[in-house]
Design a protein around this ligand. Structure first.
Ligand SMILES: Cc1ncc(COP(=O)(O)O)c(C=O)c1O
Length: 360
């Protein structure tokens, strides 16, 4: 019998939602809103849309495998040199590359229960041993994660802010934690929602990279930059780490359309500002609505909120979908009585609350 590698058969395939068109067809509803995957409700920036049109006549060429121009733009934008950057097929690919490059059987990888699901997947696929540390107050408990370090620890994954809880660790907590992490352990800070955070205690992690620690920051164009469908993200790490991971990626991992759109998106500061504003306003509206409904929720630093619905979240998500509002049930993250909603535009948030109110 053809046997896959150890652990592979235990992996559950990622449960994405059905295509909106399919839901419309099945339910006979034409007006559906999707608040399930933490995408930017404004759609892609107009500048990115134009760049996509402009590059469309060139897609018979392979993309630039080194993402020369995007890397240069991004380096300038971040205040680093190009050798600190790796461009990837969504920031997910950085996480996967960390696994392929550094992890194997016998290594331990530490992450939090209730953190973004991909870290567990990376551990399983590579044969590394996952060490899953409980959260405290729905937040990464960095002291406990530091305690979990052994001489087998190879990497530690931290989502900041975390999906799905929306919580963050502070600069002070991070500094204390980093002082306890041995130099040869790789720390991965997943900052997919970085551009949404306005909290004054949010850690600036770039100095850990610049100090030459084994530290990787992952960021993405999928969230505030509105390009989830194009799959483009990146990692920031010391040049030695980048140079080690770079040969492992596929030569053309970032497609030409994504590179062009990402270059345009980082120039559109108005669009980013507007996206932050819509998100902040939506947050205030939804908090108030949840308070009025007497529902507990977790304050978020991202563009999504986890709210407890006092019954199986899967039932609520299913019932909401039948009324044309798609949200995500959270049982897979260990929160069976919660749903996660992406903060939408005002009209979408109102409709979400209308439908939720009729069910809780
Ligand atoms: C915490 C976190 N990290 C990484 C990702 C992956 O994003 P992408 O691969 O689209 O960059 C997501 C997407 O939902 C996320 O929530």
């Amino acid at each position: 019998m053809l046997k896959p590698n150890p652990g592979i058969e235990t992996i559950k395939a990622y449960q994405g939602g059905k295509p909106i068109e399919e839901v419309k067809r099945e339910l006979g509803i034409s007006d559906i809103i999707k608040l399930a995957s933490n995408e930017n409700p404004l759609g892609p920036s107009p500048l990115a849309q134009q760049a996509i049109k402009d590059i469309s006549t060139q897609v018979h060429f392979y993309p630039d495998g080194n993402a020369f121009y995007l890397k240069a733009d991004l380096a300038k934008h971040l205040g680093v040199t190009e050798d600190y950057l790796i461009l990837t097929n969504g920031s997910n690919e950085v996480l996967q590359l960390v696994g392929e490059t550094y992890l194997g059987p016998g290594d331990e990888i530490i992450y939090a229960a209730g953190a973004f699901v991909v870290y567990g997947l990376v551990a399983t696929v590579t044969g590394a041993t996952p060490i899953v540390v409980p959260m405290q107050n729905d937040t990464h408990h960095l002291p406990a994660m530091a305690e979990a370090i052994t001489d087998k620890t190879k990497a530690i994954f931290i989502a900041n802010p975390n999906n799905p809880t929306g919580t963050m660790v502070t600069a002070k907590e991070t500094a204390h934690f980093m002082a306890q992490v041995p130099e040869d352990v790789l720390v991965v800070f997943d900052e997919a929602y970085y551009e949404y955070v306005s909290h004054p205690d949010y850690p600036h992690t770039l100095p850990y990279v610049m100090d030459g620690r084994n530290f990787i920051i992952t960021r993405t164009f999928s969230k505030i930059y509105g390009l989830a469908g194009l799959r483009i993200g990146y990692g920031i790490a010391p040049p030695s780490v980048i140079a080690t991971m770079n040969p492992v990626r596929q030569p053309f991992n970032c497609n030409a359309v994504a590179q062009a759109a990402a270059r345009a998106a980082i120039t559109d500061t108005e669009y980013v500002k507007e996206s932050q504003k819509i998100n902040d306003q939506g947050k205030v509206f939804l908090y108030k609505a949840f308070d009025n409904l007497g529902l507990r929720y977790i304050k978020t630093e991202g563009n999504f909120i986890m709210v407890f619905v006092n019954q199986p979240g899967a039932d609520i998500a299913e019932a909401m979908m039948k009324k044309g509002v798609i949200v995500r049930a959270m049982a897979g993250y260990g929160y069976p009585d919660a749903i996660r909603v992406t903060i939408g535009k005002q009209k979408e948030n109102e409709r979400f609350i209308d439908v939720l109110s009729s069910l809780v």
